[in-house]
Design a protein. Sequence first.
Length: 130
Amino acid sequence: MSVYKTKEFSKFARKADLGSAKLLEAAKAVASGQWDADLGGGVFKQRIAREGGGKSGGFRTIILFKVGGHSFFVHGFAKNEKANITPKELKALKKLAATFLGLEAEALKTASAAGEIAEVKDDGDDGRQD
């Protein structure tokens, strides 16, 4: 299973200082059935702890996932900035999940080459993904 992040999510992760190790850990938890919320249609909410703090006051990420497929980080927010996603956002995320989770290998390469998605890799350094 590969883990990807969208261009928009990458901006959020950079500002929030969420490195590759934290993202991969969150994706692995969802893949093993340890998600915080299954929102339906392949959309999952997963909390990620803030540096020096716990998960409850940390960040919320939206991961698109299906068993045997890839994971995509598509949205993130701090709990203190937003309580949850809206029903309208959830509807849009479910449509996005239907698209992303059906992508074939060639389409993933094309989206990556266009800069729309980037694979999250274990970078082995200070945990930051630029």
